[in-house]
Ligand binder design. Structure first.
Ligand code: NCD
Length: 326
């Protein structure tokens, strides 16, 4: 547990993290947190630790999982600013750097930051002595979501090596996909189908990264072409709040990137359907939710949902950061 990463203990982007750290530190600790959750174990590993939660931009899951994980672990959430652009002095024009500097003066053990601009987390980390966790920075990255996404897929397949991922939807604007691509490309034999309409294609920097890592990948517009070969369907919504143009999904000439019964009928019996949420119309919920392969929201017995996996990963990450170990 002593490898140190570039930028650590800030968590800004997934390129910071190695496969070895995920497999030997984060995921085993998340398993332990899962056991603690099931046993209603009152162990309080975060006693005496303090978190600040600063959210510029909308959130339910991410903010909730950090605040709940912190409190359940016995730590304190000492300051919460859920709509910081409106309710903090950012509304008066105060810079992100000053905001972070002031919070540093009050002291805390970790600051969880969602920001509405790409690069926000890196700017905050550059001026903060307190660890910054990037909870999403505009269309940039969302590393903790990628940790939980990978952890969820690993739970279902027992490995990541050799899996075929279909990354779908808004590949231009989805920070969860941007973060996830860097992580999955660390695993040998992974294959990625990038399924989006023409005007939501993945950025060329990520294609270059996949090429450098020799990850087998292909861009396409119609999920039905590969649905029978995919292990993990990773769907995303069109990020209209981050500036992506909406498009008419009914116009299939632009692409077929929904998940519906037709796609389920083509899919493998042991495939899983994931989504970072919120989910709008890109999954036909009435046709997909009851299928066991839909793991995004609901836990069914041993089939733990992506949302719940997120809580375990968050608890594990906070334990690691707050004990200052990697
Ligand atoms: C995602 C986000 O905010 O990037 N949601 C989340 O954190 N669970 C995805 C999205 O907003 O579409």
């Amino acid at each position: 547990m002593n490898a140190k990463f570039e930028g650590w203990p800030h968590v800004v982007k997934t390129q910071q993290f190695s496969r070895e750290w995920l497999e030997s530190t984060l995921f085993p600790l998340a398993d332990e947190e899962g056991r603690r959750f099931r046993m209603h174990d009152a162990g309080k590993p975060l006693v005496g630790k303090e978190m600040v939660s600063l959210f510029v931009g909308e959130s339910l899951r991410t903010r909730a999982r950090f605040e709940i994980a912190m409190k359940r672990g016995g730590g304190d959430v000492i300051f919460v600013s859920p709509d910081a652009k409106r309710t903090s002095s950012m509304a008066k024009g105060e810079s992100l750097e000053d905001t972070i500097g002031i919070l540093n003066e009050f002291g805390a053990d970790v600051i969880v930051l969602r920001h509405d601009e790409e690069g926000g987390a890196a700017r905050a980390a550059a001026v903060s002595e307190i660890p910054i966790i990037n909870a999403g920075d505009g269309p940039g990255q969302h590393p903790t979501q990628a940790f939980l996404d990978l952890y969820t897929a690993r739970k279902y397949f027992g490995k990541i090596d050799g899996l075929h991922f279909a990354m779908m939807g808004d590949l231009t604007g989805s920070r969860t996909i941007h973060s996830l691509i860097y992580l999955v490309s660390r695993y040998p034999g992974v294959r990625i189908s990038l399924v989006s309409p023409e005007n939501h294609r993945i950025g060329s920097n990520l294609i270059e990264h996949l090429e450098e890592c020799r990850v087998v990948h292909r861009e396409l517009r119609d999920i039905r072409e590969v649905a029978s070969e995919v292990d993990v369907f990773y769907q995303t919504r069109i990020q209209t709040n981050l500036g992506t143009q909406a498009w008419d999904r009914a116009d299939v000439s632009q692409g077929f990137t929904i998940i519906n019964k037709e796609v389920l009928d083509l899919a493998k019996k042991n495939a899983i359907i994931m989504h970072p949420l919120p989910c709008l119309n890109e999954i036909v919920r009435g046709e997909v939710d009851d299928d066991l392969r839909a793991v995004y929201i609901k836990t069914r017995g041993e089939r733990i949902s992506q949302v719940r996996c997120g809580l375990f990963i968050t608890s594990a990450l906070l334990r690691i950061i707050l004990s200052q170990e990697a």
